[in-house]
Design a protein. Structure first.
Lengths: 139, 477
Protein backbone atom coordinates (compact mmCIF):
# COMPACT_ATOMS: atom_id res chain seq x y z
CA UNK A 1 0.00 0.00 0.00
CA UNK A 2 1.06 3.63 -0.22
CA UNK A 3 3.34 4.35 2.73
CA UNK A 4 4.09 8.00 2.15
CA UNK A 5 1.35 10.20 0.71
CA UNK A 6 2.11 13.80 -0.11
CA UNK A 7 -0.91 16.06 0.23
CA UNK A 8 -0.51 19.55 -1.21
CA UNK A 9 -2.59 22.12 0.69
CA UNK A 10 -3.15 25.81 0.12
CA UNK A 11 -5.99 26.53 2.54
CA UNK A 12 -8.69 26.27 -0.13
CA UNK A 13 -11.80 24.10 -0.20
CA UNK A 14 -10.25 22.05 -3.01
CA UNK A 15 -7.45 21.08 -0.66
CA UNK A 16 -9.99 19.87 1.90
CA UNK A 17 -11.64 17.72 -0.75
CA UNK A 18 -8.23 16.35 -1.67
CA UNK A 19 -7.56 15.64 2.01
CA UNK A 20 -10.75 13.60 2.24
CA UNK A 21 -9.63 11.44 -0.68
CA UNK A 22 -6.18 11.06 0.86
CA UNK A 23 -7.84 9.88 4.08
CA UNK A 24 -9.75 7.17 2.21
CA UNK A 25 -6.47 5.76 0.93
CA UNK A 26 -4.52 6.31 4.13
CA UNK A 27 -7.06 4.57 6.34
CA UNK A 28 -6.44 1.33 4.44
CA UNK A 29 -3.16 0.85 6.25
CA UNK A 30 -1.92 1.83 9.69
CA UNK A 31 1.60 2.48 8.38
CA UNK A 32 0.61 5.18 5.93
CA UNK A 33 1.88 8.67 6.62
CA UNK A 34 0.13 11.65 5.08
CA UNK A 35 2.52 14.56 4.74
CA UNK A 36 0.71 17.85 4.24
CA UNK A 37 2.86 20.39 2.43
CA UNK A 38 2.13 24.06 2.23
CA UNK A 39 4.25 26.17 -0.13
CA UNK A 40 4.88 29.71 1.06
CA UNK A 41 4.76 31.29 -2.39
CA UNK A 42 7.80 33.44 -3.33
CA UNK A 43 5.44 35.96 -4.90
CA UNK A 44 3.58 36.39 -1.63
CA UNK A 45 6.68 36.76 0.58
CA UNK A 46 6.51 40.56 0.57
CA UNK A 47 2.81 40.62 1.50
CA UNK A 48 3.26 37.94 4.16
CA UNK A 49 6.12 39.84 5.82
CA UNK A 50 4.30 43.17 5.64
CA UNK A 51 1.16 41.77 7.23
CA UNK A 52 2.75 39.47 9.81
CA UNK A 53 2.71 40.87 13.31
CA UNK A 54 6.30 39.67 13.72
CA UNK A 55 8.68 37.21 12.12
CA UNK A 56 7.91 34.83 14.98
CA UNK A 57 4.19 34.73 14.22
CA UNK A 58 4.62 34.10 10.49
CA UNK A 59 5.02 30.30 10.75
CA UNK A 60 1.96 30.17 13.03
CA UNK A 61 -0.09 32.25 10.62
CA UNK A 62 0.88 29.99 7.72
CA UNK A 63 0.05 26.90 9.70
CA UNK A 64 -3.34 28.44 10.46
CA UNK A 65 -4.05 28.72 6.73
CA UNK A 66 -4.07 24.95 6.33
CA UNK A 67 -5.89 24.29 9.58
CA UNK A 68 -8.97 23.17 7.63
CA UNK A 69 -6.96 20.32 6.09
CA UNK A 70 -5.24 19.48 9.35
CA UNK A 71 -8.61 19.29 11.08
CA UNK A 72 -10.07 16.67 8.73
CA UNK A 73 -6.89 14.59 8.98
CA UNK A 74 -6.97 14.82 12.76
CA UNK A 75 -10.66 13.90 12.91
CA UNK A 76 -10.09 10.92 10.65
CA UNK A 77 -7.35 9.76 12.99
CA UNK A 78 -4.74 9.21 10.29
CA UNK A 79 -1.02 9.49 10.80
CA UNK A 80 0.03 12.90 9.43
CA UNK A 81 2.62 15.64 9.62
CA UNK A 82 2.83 19.18 8.26
CA UNK A 83 5.76 20.60 6.28
CA UNK A 84 6.05 24.21 5.20
CA UNK A 85 8.31 24.93 2.22
CA UNK A 86 9.27 28.10 0.39
CA UNK A 87 9.23 28.45 -3.38
CA UNK A 88 7.05 28.60 -6.46
CA UNK A 89 4.15 26.24 -5.68
CA UNK A 90 4.17 23.88 -8.71
CA UNK A 91 7.92 23.30 -9.10
CA UNK A 92 8.47 23.14 -5.34
CA UNK A 93 5.87 20.38 -4.87
CA UNK A 94 7.39 18.42 -7.75
CA UNK A 95 10.95 18.84 -6.42
CA UNK A 96 9.99 17.76 -2.93
CA UNK A 97 7.93 14.78 -4.08
CA UNK A 98 10.73 13.53 -6.30
CA UNK A 99 13.48 14.14 -3.75
CA UNK A 100 11.61 12.35 -0.96
CA UNK A 101 10.46 9.59 -3.31
CA UNK A 102 6.91 9.69 -2.02
CA UNK A 103 4.49 6.98 -3.13
CA UNK A 104 1.55 9.17 -4.08
CA UNK A 105 0.82 12.85 -4.54
CA UNK A 106 -2.69 14.06 -3.79
CA UNK A 107 -3.63 17.54 -4.90
CA UNK A 108 -6.84 19.50 -5.34
CA UNK A 109 -7.67 21.13 -8.65
CA UNK A 110 -8.94 24.69 -8.62
CA UNK A 111 -11.10 23.97 -11.65
CA UNK A 112 -9.90 26.80 -13.82
CA UNK A 113 -11.40 27.42 -17.24
CA UNK A 114 -9.31 27.38 -20.39
CA UNK A 115 -8.43 31.06 -20.32
CA UNK A 116 -7.50 31.14 -16.62
CA UNK A 117 -5.37 28.06 -17.12
CA UNK A 118 -3.51 29.74 -19.95
CA UNK A 119 -2.92 32.90 -17.96
CA UNK A 120 -2.23 31.74 -14.41
CA UNK A 121 -1.35 28.15 -15.13
CA UNK A 122 -2.60 25.05 -13.39
CA UNK A 123 -0.47 23.83 -10.51
CA UNK A 124 -2.13 20.43 -10.35
CA UNK A 125 -1.63 19.89 -14.06
CA UNK A 126 2.07 20.71 -13.82
CA UNK A 127 2.49 18.46 -10.81
CA UNK A 128 0.73 15.57 -12.49
CA UNK A 129 2.94 15.82 -15.57
CA UNK A 130 6.27 16.02 -13.77
CA UNK A 131 6.19 13.93 -10.59
CA UNK A 132 7.80 10.51 -10.75
CA UNK A 133 5.02 8.82 -8.81
CA UNK A 134 1.29 8.41 -9.30
CA UNK A 135 -0.72 11.58 -8.74
CA UNK A 136 -4.32 11.89 -7.66
CA UNK A 137 -6.00 15.08 -8.77
CA UNK A 138 -9.17 15.79 -6.86
CA UNK A 139 -11.89 17.84 -8.51
CA UNK B 1 35.49 30.66 7.31
CA UNK B 2 33.50 27.61 6.27
CA UNK B 3 30.35 29.73 6.42
CA UNK B 4 31.87 32.47 4.30
CA UNK B 5 32.99 29.93 1.69
CA UNK B 6 29.45 28.57 1.62
CA UNK B 7 28.03 32.09 1.23
CA UNK B 8 30.33 32.73 -1.74
CA UNK B 9 30.73 29.44 -3.52
CA UNK B 10 27.89 27.28 -2.20
CA UNK B 11 25.71 27.85 -5.24
CA UNK B 12 27.95 28.98 -8.11
CA UNK B 13 25.74 28.01 -11.06
CA UNK B 14 22.55 29.38 -9.56
CA UNK B 15 24.24 32.56 -8.38
CA UNK B 16 25.89 33.38 -11.71
CA UNK B 17 22.70 32.83 -13.69
CA UNK B 18 20.54 34.78 -11.24
CA UNK B 19 23.11 37.57 -11.09
CA UNK B 20 22.94 37.97 -14.87
CA UNK B 21 19.14 38.03 -14.81
CA UNK B 22 19.22 40.70 -12.09
CA UNK B 23 21.75 42.81 -14.01
CA UNK B 24 19.44 42.79 -17.02
CA UNK B 25 16.45 43.78 -14.92
CA UNK B 26 18.47 46.38 -13.07
CA UNK B 27 19.58 48.49 -16.03
CA UNK B 28 16.23 50.10 -16.86
CA UNK B 29 15.54 50.74 -13.17
CA UNK B 30 18.94 52.30 -12.45
CA UNK B 31 18.46 54.67 -15.40
CA UNK B 32 14.89 55.52 -14.46
CA UNK B 33 15.78 56.16 -10.81
CA UNK B 34 18.57 58.51 -11.94
CA UNK B 35 16.01 60.44 -13.96
CA UNK B 36 13.67 60.58 -10.93
CA UNK B 37 16.53 61.99 -8.84
CA UNK B 38 17.40 64.45 -11.60
CA UNK B 39 20.93 63.27 -12.36
CA UNK B 40 22.67 61.73 -15.38
CA UNK B 41 21.90 58.03 -15.85
CA UNK B 42 25.55 57.27 -15.10
CA UNK B 43 25.09 58.36 -11.47
CA UNK B 44 22.49 55.63 -10.92
CA UNK B 45 24.41 53.09 -12.97
CA UNK B 46 27.70 53.75 -11.14
CA UNK B 47 25.81 53.58 -7.84
CA UNK B 48 24.21 50.26 -8.77
CA UNK B 49 27.58 48.81 -9.81
CA UNK B 50 29.47 50.05 -6.74
CA UNK B 51 26.78 49.25 -4.17
CA UNK B 52 26.09 45.76 -5.53
CA UNK B 53 29.80 44.88 -5.69
CA UNK B 54 30.63 46.28 -2.24
CA UNK B 55 27.56 44.87 -0.48
CA UNK B 56 28.43 41.43 -1.90
CA UNK B 57 31.49 41.53 0.37
CA UNK B 58 30.30 43.47 3.42
CA UNK B 59 26.52 42.85 3.54
CA UNK B 60 24.82 40.74 6.19
CA UNK B 61 22.23 39.13 3.95
CA UNK B 62 23.68 36.97 1.17
CA UNK B 63 21.51 36.85 -1.95
CA UNK B 64 19.99 40.29 -1.38
CA UNK B 65 20.38 42.86 -4.16
CA UNK B 66 21.25 46.46 -3.33
CA UNK B 67 21.63 49.28 -5.85
CA UNK B 68 20.23 52.70 -6.73
CA UNK B 69 16.59 52.73 -5.59
CA UNK B 70 13.43 54.74 -6.07
CA UNK B 71 12.97 55.47 -2.38
CA UNK B 72 16.41 57.08 -2.17
CA UNK B 73 16.08 58.85 -5.52
CA UNK B 74 12.84 60.50 -4.40
CA UNK B 75 14.47 61.76 -1.21
CA UNK B 76 17.46 63.34 -2.91
CA UNK B 77 15.49 65.09 -5.65
CA UNK B 78 15.25 68.53 -3.91
CA UNK B 79 18.95 68.47 -2.92
CA UNK B 80 20.04 68.03 -6.54
CA UNK B 81 17.61 70.65 -7.78
CA UNK B 82 18.91 73.27 -5.33
CA UNK B 83 22.60 72.41 -4.98
CA UNK B 84 23.68 70.01 -7.71
CA UNK B 85 25.48 66.69 -8.01
CA UNK B 86 28.51 67.37 -5.81
CA UNK B 87 26.32 68.00 -2.80
CA UNK B 88 24.47 64.76 -3.53
CA UNK B 89 27.74 62.84 -3.56
CA UNK B 90 28.77 64.45 -0.27
CA UNK B 91 25.36 63.60 1.18
CA UNK B 92 25.83 60.01 -0.04
CA UNK B 93 29.15 59.76 1.82
CA UNK B 94 27.59 61.20 4.98
CA UNK B 95 24.64 58.78 4.63
CA UNK B 96 27.19 55.98 4.63
CA UNK B 97 28.82 57.28 7.82
CA UNK B 98 25.44 57.57 9.58
CA UNK B 99 24.48 54.05 8.52
CA UNK B 100 27.81 52.63 9.71
CA UNK B 101 27.11 54.24 13.10
CA UNK B 102 23.59 52.78 13.06
CA UNK B 103 25.13 49.39 12.43
CA UNK B 104 27.69 49.77 15.23
CA UNK B 105 25.02 50.87 17.71
CA UNK B 106 22.79 47.99 16.65
CA UNK B 107 19.92 50.14 15.46
CA UNK B 108 18.47 47.18 13.54
CA UNK B 109 16.72 46.25 16.76
CA UNK B 110 14.63 49.40 16.47
CA UNK B 111 12.96 47.85 13.43
CA UNK B 112 10.88 45.94 15.97
CA UNK B 113 9.36 49.24 17.06
CA UNK B 114 8.12 50.03 13.59
CA UNK B 115 4.63 48.56 13.34
CA UNK B 116 3.25 46.81 10.23
CA UNK B 117 0.86 49.65 9.60
CA UNK B 118 3.80 52.01 9.10
CA UNK B 119 5.70 49.58 6.85
CA UNK B 120 2.60 49.00 4.71
CA UNK B 121 2.13 52.77 4.53
CA UNK B 122 5.78 53.10 3.57
CA UNK B 123 5.64 50.76 0.57
CA UNK B 124 2.33 52.24 -0.57
CA UNK B 125 3.62 55.79 -0.33
CA UNK B 126 6.76 54.72 -2.21
CA UNK B 127 4.64 53.18 -4.97
CA UNK B 128 2.48 56.29 -5.26
CA UNK B 129 5.54 58.56 -5.37
CA UNK B 130 7.25 56.48 -8.06
CA UNK B 131 4.07 56.63 -10.09
CA UNK B 132 3.52 60.37 -9.73
CA UNK B 133 7.18 61.04 -10.54
CA UNK B 134 6.47 59.58 -13.98
CA UNK B 135 3.51 61.78 -14.83
CA UNK B 136 5.66 64.66 -16.08
CA UNK B 137 7.33 62.29 -18.54
CA UNK B 138 4.20 61.16 -20.33
CA UNK B 139 1.18 63.37 -19.64
CA UNK B 140 0.47 65.84 -22.41
CA UNK B 141 3.64 65.27 -24.44
CA UNK B 142 2.37 63.52 -27.56
CA UNK B 143 -0.05 60.84 -28.65
CA UNK B 144 2.86 58.59 -29.61
CA UNK B 145 4.12 58.86 -26.01
CA UNK B 146 0.84 57.45 -24.71
CA UNK B 147 0.92 54.71 -27.33
CA UNK B 148 4.44 53.69 -26.34
CA UNK B 149 3.64 53.67 -22.61
CA UNK B 150 0.60 51.49 -23.30
CA UNK B 151 2.51 49.07 -25.55
CA UNK B 152 5.30 48.85 -22.96
CA UNK B 153 2.85 47.95 -20.19
CA UNK B 154 1.03 45.36 -22.29
CA UNK B 155 4.32 43.69 -23.24
CA UNK B 156 5.66 43.82 -19.66
CA UNK B 157 2.68 41.90 -18.33
CA UNK B 158 2.22 39.40 -21.16
CA UNK B 159 5.80 38.51 -22.14
CA UNK B 160 6.70 36.66 -18.91
CA UNK B 161 4.04 34.06 -19.82
CA UNK B 162 6.06 33.08 -22.86
CA UNK B 163 9.67 34.06 -22.19
CA UNK B 164 10.84 33.19 -18.73
CA UNK B 165 14.63 33.33 -19.05
CA UNK B 166 15.20 36.99 -19.89
CA UNK B 167 13.50 39.63 -17.73
CA UNK B 168 10.62 41.25 -19.62
CA UNK B 169 11.74 44.86 -18.97
CA UNK B 170 14.97 44.27 -20.88
CA UNK B 171 13.26 42.61 -23.85
CA UNK B 172 10.77 45.46 -24.02
CA UNK B 173 13.58 47.98 -23.73
CA UNK B 174 15.57 46.46 -26.59
CA UNK B 175 12.60 45.83 -28.87
CA UNK B 176 10.91 49.20 -28.41
CA UNK B 177 14.16 51.16 -28.59
CA UNK B 178 14.84 49.52 -31.95
CA UNK B 179 11.29 50.25 -33.09
CA UNK B 180 11.69 53.88 -32.05
CA UNK B 181 15.04 54.23 -33.82
CA UNK B 182 13.95 52.63 -37.09
CA UNK B 183 10.50 54.17 -37.25
CA UNK B 184 11.77 57.65 -36.48
CA UNK B 185 8.86 58.47 -34.16
CA UNK B 186 9.38 61.71 -32.35
CA UNK B 187 9.88 60.54 -28.78
CA UNK B 188 11.94 61.97 -25.96
CA UNK B 189 14.92 59.80 -25.13
CA UNK B 190 17.20 59.23 -22.18
CA UNK B 191 19.82 61.22 -24.09
CA UNK B 192 17.61 64.31 -23.86
CA UNK B 193 17.85 64.14 -20.08
CA UNK B 194 21.48 63.18 -19.53
CA UNK B 195 24.67 61.74 -20.92
CA UNK B 196 26.14 58.26 -20.78
CA UNK B 197 29.86 57.74 -20.44
CA UNK B 198 31.26 54.34 -21.24
CA UNK B 199 33.95 54.30 -18.58
CA UNK B 200 34.37 52.64 -15.24
CA UNK B 201 33.68 54.85 -12.25
CA UNK B 202 36.77 56.51 -10.81
CA UNK B 203 37.67 57.92 -7.42
CA UNK B 204 37.23 61.63 -6.79
CA UNK B 205 36.37 63.90 -3.89
CA UNK B 206 33.12 65.86 -4.36
CA UNK B 207 33.74 69.52 -5.10
CA UNK B 208 32.10 71.16 -2.12
CA UNK B 209 33.29 73.67 0.48
CA UNK B 210 34.20 71.73 3.61
CA UNK B 211 32.49 73.85 6.21
CA UNK B 212 29.61 73.90 8.63
CA UNK B 213 27.34 75.53 6.07
CA UNK B 214 27.68 72.51 3.77
CA UNK B 215 27.04 70.11 6.62
CA UNK B 216 23.90 72.03 7.53
CA UNK B 217 22.66 71.57 3.95
CA UNK B 218 23.44 67.89 3.52
CA UNK B 219 22.86 66.53 7.03
CA UNK B 220 19.03 66.50 6.96
CA UNK B 221 19.14 64.72 3.59
CA UNK B 222 21.76 62.25 4.76
CA UNK B 223 19.80 61.42 7.90
CA UNK B 224 16.59 60.87 5.92
CA UNK B 225 18.49 58.77 3.34
CA UNK B 226 20.15 56.72 6.09
CA UNK B 227 16.83 55.98 7.80
CA UNK B 228 14.86 55.20 4.66
CA UNK B 229 17.74 53.15 3.21
CA UNK B 230 17.95 51.03 6.33
CA UNK B 231 14.22 50.63 6.57
CA UNK B 232 13.92 49.29 3.05
CA UNK B 233 17.08 47.19 3.40
CA UNK B 234 15.97 45.54 6.62
CA UNK B 235 12.48 44.92 5.24
CA UNK B 236 14.06 43.35 2.15
CA UNK B 237 16.38 41.28 4.36
CA UNK B 238 13.34 39.92 6.21
CA UNK B 239 11.72 39.00 2.91
CA UNK B 240 14.87 37.24 1.67
CA UNK B 241 15.22 35.50 5.06
CA UNK B 242 11.70 34.20 4.69
CA UNK B 243 12.04 33.13 1.04
CA UNK B 244 15.28 31.26 1.65
CA UNK B 245 14.30 30.06 5.14
CA UNK B 246 17.65 31.27 6.48
CA UNK B 247 18.71 33.92 8.96
CA UNK B 248 20.79 37.03 8.41
CA UNK B 249 22.82 39.50 10.45
CA UNK B 250 20.79 42.72 10.39
CA UNK B 251 23.39 44.87 12.12
CA UNK B 252 26.07 43.69 9.73
CA UNK B 253 23.71 44.56 6.89
CA UNK B 254 23.18 48.07 8.30
CA UNK B 255 26.94 48.55 8.55
CA UNK B 256 27.40 47.05 5.08
CA UNK B 257 24.86 49.45 3.57
CA UNK B 258 26.84 52.25 5.21
CA UNK B 259 30.17 51.09 3.84
CA UNK B 260 28.65 50.69 0.37
CA UNK B 261 27.16 54.19 0.34
CA UNK B 262 30.31 55.73 1.82
CA UNK B 263 32.52 54.32 -0.94
CA UNK B 264 29.92 54.87 -3.69
CA UNK B 265 29.86 58.60 -2.94
CA UNK B 266 33.56 58.84 -3.81
CA UNK B 267 32.97 57.07 -7.14
CA UNK B 268 30.26 59.39 -8.40
CA UNK B 269 27.30 57.25 -7.43
CA UNK B 270 24.11 58.20 -5.61
CA UNK B 271 23.03 56.67 -2.31
CA UNK B 272 21.15 53.41 -2.60
CA UNK B 273 19.78 50.55 -0.55
CA UNK B 274 18.38 47.04 -0.87
CA UNK B 275 15.70 46.49 -3.50
CA UNK B 276 12.68 44.35 -2.70
CA UNK B 277 11.75 43.65 -6.33
CA UNK B 278 15.24 42.79 -7.54
CA UNK B 279 16.00 40.64 -4.50
CA UNK B 280 12.82 38.65 -5.14
CA UNK B 281 13.86 38.24 -8.80
CA UNK B 282 17.29 37.06 -7.65
CA UNK B 283 15.98 34.42 -5.25
CA UNK B 284 13.34 33.26 -7.75
CA UNK B 285 16.04 32.91 -10.41
CA UNK B 286 18.04 30.68 -8.07
CA UNK B 287 20.37 33.23 -6.47
CA UNK B 288 21.24 32.47 -2.85
CA UNK B 289 24.82 33.55 -2.19
CA UNK B 290 27.03 36.61 -2.20
CA UNK B 291 28.26 35.70 -5.67
CA UNK B 292 24.83 36.53 -7.17
CA UNK B 293 25.02 40.14 -5.96
CA UNK B 294 28.60 40.50 -7.21
CA UNK B 295 27.74 39.10 -10.63
CA UNK B 296 24.73 41.42 -10.86
CA UNK B 297 26.92 44.49 -10.28
CA UNK B 298 29.80 43.46 -12.53
CA UNK B 299 27.60 42.30 -15.39
CA UNK B 300 25.59 45.53 -15.22
CA UNK B 301 28.76 47.59 -15.66
CA UNK B 302 29.94 45.32 -18.47
CA UNK B 303 26.68 45.81 -20.34
CA UNK B 304 26.83 49.58 -19.96
CA UNK B 305 30.37 49.71 -21.29
CA UNK B 306 29.39 47.58 -24.26
CA UNK B 307 25.94 49.01 -24.94
CA UNK B 308 26.32 52.58 -23.67
CA UNK B 309 25.56 54.07 -27.10
CA UNK B 310 22.17 52.45 -27.14
CA UNK B 311 21.21 53.58 -23.66
CA UNK B 312 20.90 57.23 -24.70
CA UNK B 313 18.46 56.22 -27.40
CA UNK B 314 16.01 54.51 -25.03
CA UNK B 315 12.69 56.31 -25.47
CA UNK B 316 11.39 57.84 -22.23
CA UNK B 317 7.88 56.34 -22.61
CA UNK B 318 9.42 52.86 -22.34
CA UNK B 319 11.14 53.76 -19.08
CA UNK B 320 7.91 55.32 -17.86
CA UNK B 321 6.09 52.06 -18.58
CA UNK B 322 8.72 50.10 -16.67
CA UNK B 323 8.45 52.48 -13.72
CA UNK B 324 4.67 52.14 -13.70
CA UNK B 325 5.17 48.38 -13.48
CA UNK B 326 7.66 48.89 -10.63
CA UNK B 327 5.15 51.04 -8.75
CA UNK B 328 2.37 48.49 -9.27
CA UNK B 329 4.72 45.80 -7.97
CA UNK B 330 5.75 47.93 -4.99
CA UNK B 331 2.20 48.74 -3.89
CA UNK B 332 0.74 46.38 -1.30
CA UNK B 333 -2.53 45.41 -2.93
CA UNK B 334 -3.69 43.64 0.21
CA UNK B 335 -3.94 47.08 1.78
CA UNK B 336 -7.54 47.48 0.72
CA UNK B 337 -8.53 44.36 2.59
CA UNK B 338 -6.30 45.54 5.44
CA UNK B 339 -8.11 48.88 5.62
CA UNK B 340 -11.39 47.05 6.13
CA UNK B 341 -10.19 44.31 8.46
CA UNK B 342 -7.39 45.81 10.54
CA UNK B 343 -8.06 47.58 13.85
CA UNK B 344 -9.19 51.18 13.18
CA UNK B 345 -6.08 52.65 14.78
CA UNK B 346 -3.79 50.60 12.50
CA UNK B 347 -5.75 51.69 9.45
CA UNK B 348 -5.43 55.33 10.53
CA UNK B 349 -1.67 54.95 11.05
CA UNK B 350 -1.27 53.40 7.59
CA UNK B 351 -3.27 56.10 5.84
CA UNK B 352 -1.53 58.87 7.81
CA UNK B 353 1.89 57.53 6.82
CA UNK B 354 0.88 57.57 3.15
CA UNK B 355 -0.72 61.02 3.30
CA UNK B 356 2.24 62.64 5.03
CA UNK B 357 4.66 61.21 2.49
CA UNK B 358 2.53 62.30 -0.44
CA UNK B 359 2.15 65.75 1.11
CA UNK B 360 5.76 66.33 2.18
CA UNK B 361 7.39 64.23 -0.59
CA UNK B 362 9.57 62.81 2.16
CA UNK B 363 9.37 59.13 3.04
CA UNK B 364 11.25 59.58 6.31
CA UNK B 365 8.71 62.11 7.62
CA UNK B 366 5.84 59.74 6.90
CA UNK B 367 7.58 56.91 8.73
CA UNK B 368 8.38 59.13 11.70
CA UNK B 369 4.80 60.40 11.91
CA UNK B 370 3.46 56.88 11.57
CA UNK B 371 5.67 55.56 14.36
CA UNK B 372 4.75 58.46 16.67
CA UNK B 373 1.05 58.10 15.96
CA UNK B 374 1.06 54.37 16.60
CA UNK B 375 3.02 54.92 19.81
CA UNK B 376 0.32 57.32 20.98
CA UNK B 377 -2.42 54.88 19.98
CA UNK B 378 -0.60 52.16 21.85
CA UNK B 379 -0.43 54.21 25.03
CA UNK B 380 -4.10 55.11 24.71
CA UNK B 381 -4.99 51.48 24.16
CA UNK B 382 -3.17 50.12 27.18
CA UNK B 383 -4.13 53.05 29.38
CA UNK B 384 -7.68 51.86 29.84
CA UNK B 385 -8.14 50.49 33.33
CA UNK B 386 -11.31 48.59 34.15
CA UNK B 387 -12.55 48.33 37.71
CA UNK B 388 -15.34 46.07 38.85
CA UNK B 389 -16.93 45.55 42.25
CA UNK B 390 -17.57 42.13 43.67
CA UNK B 391 -18.83 42.26 47.26
CA UNK B 392 -16.30 44.28 49.14
CA UNK B 393 -13.61 43.48 46.63
CA UNK B 394 -12.75 45.85 43.81
CA UNK B 395 -10.85 44.22 40.98
CA UNK B 396 -8.47 46.38 38.91
CA UNK B 397 -7.85 45.18 35.35
CA UNK B 398 -5.20 46.84 33.19
CA UNK B 399 -1.87 48.60 33.41
CA UNK B 400 -1.60 51.35 35.98
CA UNK B 401 0.78 54.13 34.86
CA UNK B 402 0.83 57.87 34.26
CA UNK B 403 -1.67 57.73 31.39
CA UNK B 404 -4.19 55.48 33.10
CA UNK B 405 -4.31 56.82 36.66
CA UNK B 406 -7.16 59.24 35.90
CA UNK B 407 -9.71 56.54 35.16
CA UNK B 408 -8.53 54.67 38.27
CA UNK B 409 -9.05 57.68 40.55
CA UNK B 410 -12.33 58.67 38.89
CA UNK B 411 -13.86 55.28 39.63
CA UNK B 412 -13.46 55.86 43.35
CA UNK B 413 -14.69 59.44 43.06
CA UNK B 414 -17.84 58.48 41.20
CA UNK B 415 -18.89 55.54 43.33
CA UNK B 416 -20.15 55.62 46.89
CA UNK B 417 -19.00 52.83 49.16
CA UNK B 418 -20.98 51.69 52.16
CA UNK B 419 -18.63 48.92 53.25
CA UNK B 420 -16.44 49.27 56.32
CA UNK B 421 -13.62 47.49 54.70
CA UNK B 422 -12.61 47.41 51.06
CA UNK B 423 -10.23 45.12 49.34
CA UNK B 424 -8.59 46.47 46.15
CA UNK B 425 -7.31 43.55 44.11
CA UNK B 426 -4.39 44.11 41.73
CA UNK B 427 -3.84 40.55 40.51
CA UNK B 428 -4.83 41.53 36.94
CA UNK B 429 -2.93 44.79 37.06
CA UNK B 430 0.60 46.09 37.37
CA UNK B 431 1.92 49.25 38.95
CA UNK B 432 4.43 50.82 36.59
CA UNK B 433 5.50 54.21 37.86
CA UNK B 434 5.32 56.87 40.52
CA UNK B 435 2.08 58.33 39.18
CA UNK B 436 0.46 54.93 39.66
CA UNK B 437 1.76 54.68 43.22
CA UNK B 438 0.55 58.22 43.87
CA UNK B 439 -2.90 57.36 42.56
CA UNK B 440 -3.13 54.26 44.74
CA UNK B 441 -2.16 56.24 47.84
CA UNK B 442 -4.55 59.03 46.97
CA UNK B 443 -7.44 56.59 46.68
CA UNK B 444 -6.42 54.78 49.86
CA UNK B 445 -6.16 58.03 51.81
CA UNK B 446 -9.48 59.43 50.66
CA UNK B 447 -11.28 56.17 51.46
CA UNK B 448 -9.68 55.99 54.88
CA UNK B 449 -10.77 59.57 55.55
CA UNK B 450 -14.33 58.36 55.04
CA UNK B 451 -13.69 55.67 57.61
CA UNK B 452 -13.26 52.81 55.21
CA UNK B 453 -10.41 50.48 55.84
CA UNK B 454 -8.48 49.67 52.65
CA UNK B 455 -6.48 46.59 51.88
CA UNK B 456 -4.34 46.16 48.78
CA UNK B 457 -4.18 42.56 47.60
CA UNK B 458 -2.87 40.55 44.70
CA UNK B 459 0.11 42.83 44.02
CA UNK B 460 2.94 41.22 42.10
CA UNK B 461 6.51 41.44 43.35
CA UNK B 462 7.69 44.46 41.38
CA UNK B 463 4.48 46.40 42.06
CA UNK B 464 4.93 45.72 45.79
CA UNK B 465 8.52 46.91 45.59
CA UNK B 466 7.43 50.07 43.79
CA UNK B 467 4.81 50.80 46.43
CA UNK B 468 7.11 50.09 49.38
CA UNK B 469 9.89 52.23 47.97
CA UNK B 470 7.70 55.30 47.58
CA UNK B 471 5.69 54.55 50.70
CA UNK B 472 8.93 54.85 52.67
CA UNK B 473 9.49 58.33 51.28
CA UNK B 474 5.97 59.61 51.82
CA UNK B 475 5.71 58.41 55.41
CA UNK B 476 9.03 59.90 56.42
CA UNK B 477 7.69 63.42 56.59
Amino acid sequence: MYKHILLAADGSENAVRAAKEAIKIASLSKETLVEVIYIADFDKAKTDILHATSTETLPIERRKKIKNVEQVLFDANVNYKVTILHGIPGPEIIKYANEKGVDLVVIGSRGLNGLQEMVIGSVSHKVMKRVNCPALIVK
Amino acid sequence: MQKLKQQWFGNIRGDVLAGIVVALALIPEAIAFSIIAGVDPMVGLYASFCIAVIIAFVGGRPGMISAATGAMALLMMPLIKDYGLDYLLAATILTGIIQILFGIFKVAKIMKFIPNAVMIGFVNALAIMIFTSQLAHFIGISTMTYVFVAITLILLYTLPRFIKVIPAPLIVLVVLTSVAIFSGFDLRTVGDLGAITQTLPSFFIPDIPFNFETLKIIFPYSLALAIVGLLESLLTAQIVDDMTATESDKNKEARGQGIANFITGFFGGMAGCAMIGQSVINVKSGGRGRLSTLVAGVFLMFLIIVLGDLVVQIPMPVLVGIMIMVSIGTFDWNSFKYLVKAPRTDAIVMVTTVLIVVYTHDLSKGVLAGVLLSAIFFVVKISTVKLSKNGNQIVVKGQLFFASTDSFINYFKQNVFNEKQIDINFSSSHIWDESAVGAVFKVKDSLQEKGIEVQLTGLDESSKKMLNQLDGISSSH
